[in-house]
Design a protein around this ligand. Structure first.
Ligand code: SF4
Length: 755
């Protein structure tokens, strides 16, 4: 850990508390949280103090972690806290007030409180009616018995779901004869898992957060950790103290990464901390070209680690040959950067003896997301930045459940432990589980919606999530959700997708939070740490149940004669089975109380120079940069996040940029060419035919690119465009911008009226 002392050279400025700056107001948030949790203050305190955070995937035990001394707490967690402590909603409104509920925003629906009882709504009924658990599960079970397994699909979000829930859910899906089971990682980091498995063998971060502190260089690519993993800024504060340089490769100069006020570090809370040392601006989707150009410089200058490449990698010659054939003109055009800038970045890499490359959805949410990640791995391999401390690759996750969800098997093409779905592996799991396991890969999350739209799905079972707000083209998603005969929504509160009219039947099942679940649960953090979160004593809501119990009860009702094969007596029994069938999770059964954890693979992966690929080598990838020929007058739109946790929006304004949710971030050059001023209203027209009105915010984005807030701008995103290998949607669009001029007569009348 770095020594703590005053470092005025690292201060963000000389204004105490950044007065007048656009920045988050952490202390205000704390007071707001106390107020929101006033009904159950002791319970809220116990969750904070003993639970593992259900926000992003940095991972905590209580308000501590394994990286630094001192408090680990952020506003994301504080905002989520209310969802864990709120009381039951007035459920009668689901029976007799559905039209009014349908008019509420998702935030207003959440504010109603927890879903307390199972509810059912049939086609033509004006509202839901309360039913018993027996009736609800019998309805679902009889439907499952009537349908073919390939017409049934399970989707699991990462709303605090534990590894235990993911494991039982995927086992139940397979017990029922389908591999149609997927989780929320599909729409964020699935390209990272695919690319890392193919190149280095493990679809996870190769180092620990503690390696950030004291490394020579941290590079963020398409990632805004200040917004999405806020406590990582505290790691960066300590890293800066230890002399680490920080660079950002991105289409936008993210304000939160330039400087940050870390609330629990007095020096930073008062004076702020300058984080960024270098910024490399590229176009949306220009990462491969920029990284290829950088690697080309590294090769030309002989700034690569030959010894490491020779001993531990394969594919180097082909990469070198491919890059030699790529001319600078094309690399500049495709990256939106310059040869000089790529050289500046190559110099920075060369100057660093150790380095860590961190990325997020700016890299993954493209039709070529897997290729993007491989371009990052190329840089790491060229420097030998794998297998040792302070060096590595980090796909930083925004959801506490997504790392573990996939690893314990809640994906359609892999069984627990990452074994591919095929005849051989399915036969192996048949031996373990005692029932037939389907041998062909199932539907991925986006494909479930496509299958529903095409009439190929009879039952869609969602644990949490809200497809309506997460996937591109909400109208298409709505139409798709209207088609399956049965939709099941298992959740802790009401969401807008639950209120879509049933084709035949919609069943709502009230779930418990991770803090309420019997026997506790575990999550896996970005740094591969499996962390135990205990059951927290406190009030319980209505008839809400542990999700793993719901899944296994349902399976037992579908096939009572095989009940034994799918029933766990308690959460500990689930952990014991996970420990047996997922090799990297060996030891999970020993986790029994708050603070218990194991980190599979240890602090650093590949220490022995052996990668987990079949040949033990790190695989370079020869990559051709995608080029988008943007017609004149068109722009590339990328999505961004504000004050939100995934699709849960917490404020109308983004604290980092000071902009509203309908803002369109545009460069000064483009604003001038379109004669636009700050705050002007524009009509954004997507090449998918949809339009959206936005408010102009002029900022440091790459010319010819713009940014809008997700999920509101999902309407502009083309459906059915995904990365082929990973199935993540391409959350980008080609758009036009049309100024909405207020007619002069109206404008004059409006002014007169105001006077
Ligand atoms: S940074 Fe992530 S893990 Fe840490 S408290 Fe915030 S949401 Fe939780």
């Amino acid at each position: 850990m770095a020594k703590r002392f005053l470092s005025p050279t690292l201060w963000a400025g000389w204004k105490p508390f950044g007065i007048g700056e656009t920045k988050p107001h952490h202390f205000l948030e704390i007071f707001k949280t106390i107020w929101q949790n006033k009904r159950h203050p002791l319970y809220a305190w116990r969750i904070l103090n003993q639970g593992c955070c259900d926000g992003c995937a940095l991972g905590t035990t209580g308000m501590r972690d394994w990286t630094m001394d001192g408090i680990h707490l952020c506003t994301i967690r504080l905002n989520l806290l209310q969802l864990n402590t709120m009381s039951a909603m007035p459920w009668q409104r689901l029976e007799n007030d559905l039209p009014a509920l349908s008019q509420l925003s998702s935030a207003q629906l959440r504010q109603l409180g927890r879903l307390p009882y199972p509810m059912v709504r049939r086609r033509g009924e004006s509202g839901f009616r309360r039913v018993s658990w027996n009736d609800a599960l019998d309805i679902i079970a009889s439907r499952i018995r009537e349908t073919q397994p390939e017409r049934l699909a399970f989707y699991l979000t990462s709303r605090g779901l534990t590894n235990e829930v993911y494991y039982v859910a995927q086992k139940v899906a397979r017990f029922l004869g389908t591999n149609n089971v997927d989780n929320a990682a599909r729409v964020c980091h699935s390209p990272s898992s695919v690319a890392l498995k193919q190149t280095v063998g493990v679809g996870a971060s190769s180092v620990s957060y503690q390696d950030w502190i004291g490394t020579d260089l941290i590079v963020f690519l398409g990632s805004d950790v200040a917004n999405n993993q806020p406590v990582s800024t505290k790691y960066l504060y300590y890293a800066k103290q230890a002399g680490t340089k920080i660079a950002l490769v991105n289409p936008y100069r993210e304000p939160g990464l330039m400087r940050y006020w870390v609330p629990s570090v007095p020096e930073s809370a008062v004076m702020g901390t300058k984080l960024l040392d270098a910024f490399y601006q590229i176009t949306v989707g220009g990462d491969i070209a920029f990284l290829n150009g950088t690697l080309k410089h590294l090769i030309e200058q002989d700034w690569v680690n030959h010894e490491f490449i020779e001993a531990h990698t394969t594919g180097w010659e082909e990469v070198a040959k491919t890059l030699a054939a790529q001319d600078w003109e094309m690399l500049e055009r495709a990256s939106g950067s310059t040869r000089d800038e790529m050289f500046r970045f190559a110099e920075m890499i060369h100057a660093a003896r150790t380095g860590i490359l961190v990325w997020s959805m700016g890299i993954t949410q493209h039709a070529f997301g897997v290729q993007n990640v491989k371009a990052i791995v190329n840089i790491a391999l060229s420097q030998g930045w794998l297998g040792k401390e302070h060096c590595g690759v980090v796909p930083i996750r925004g959801h506490s459940g997504v790392q573990g969800g996939a690893e314990v098997g809640a994906v359609p093409d892999l069984l627990p432990g990452g074994a591919a779905v095929n005849a051989e592996n399915s036969a192996r799991f048949k031996e373990i589980w005692g029932f037939d396991v389907p041998t062909t890969p199932g539907l991925r999350a986006v494909e479930m919606i496509d299958a529903a739209y095409d009439g190929n799905l009879d039952i869609l079972y969602c644990s949490g999530g809200n497809f309506l707000e997460v996937l591109p083209d909400p109208q298409y998603v709505r139409e798709a959700l209207e088609k399956p005969a049965l939709r099941v929504h298992q959740d802790i509160y009401v969401t807008s997708q639950m209120l879509i009219d049933p084709a035949d039947t919609v069943v709502l099942l009230p779930a418990q939070t991770r803090y309420e679940q019997r026997g506790g649960g575990t999550e896996t953090s970005t740094e591969r740490r499996i962390i135990f979160s205990p059951t927290i004593p406190g009030p319980r809501v209505g008839e809400a149940r542990s999700e793993w119990e719901i899944f296994q009860d349902l399976a037992a009702r579908v096939s009572p004669e095989k009940k034994k094969q799918i029933t766990f007596s308690n959460a500990q029994a689930i952990r014991e089975e996970i420990g047996r069938v997922v090799p990297t999770y060996k030891g999970i059964a020993e986790l029994r109380k708050a603070g218990d954890q194991i980190q599979y693979g240890g602090r650093v992966l590949y220490r022995d120079g052996q990668f987990k690929t079949p040949d033990g080598k790190g695989h370079f990838s020869a990559l051709v940069p995608p080029e988008r020929n943007l017609p004149p007058g068109k722009f590339l739109l990328a999505t961004r996040r504000g004050k939100q946790f995934n699709s849960l929006i917490y404020a109308k304004k983004d604290a980092m940029t000071g902009t509203g949710r309908d803002s369109l971030l545009i460069s000064p050059e483009d604003a001038t060419s379109l004669s636009l001023s700050e705050g002007d209203r524009v009509l954004v027209k997507s090449d998918n035919g949809a339009t959206m009105q936005c408010s102009v915010h002029i900022d440091q984005v790459q010319p010819r690119t713009v940014q809008a807030f997700w999920p509101e701008c999902n309407v502009l995103i083309r459906r059915r465009t995904c990365d082929v290998q990973a199935g993540v949607p391409d959350y980008n669009a080609i758009i036009e911008i049309e100024p909405l001029r207020v007619p002069q007569a109206i404008s004059v009348a409006a002014t007169a009226a105001m006077e």
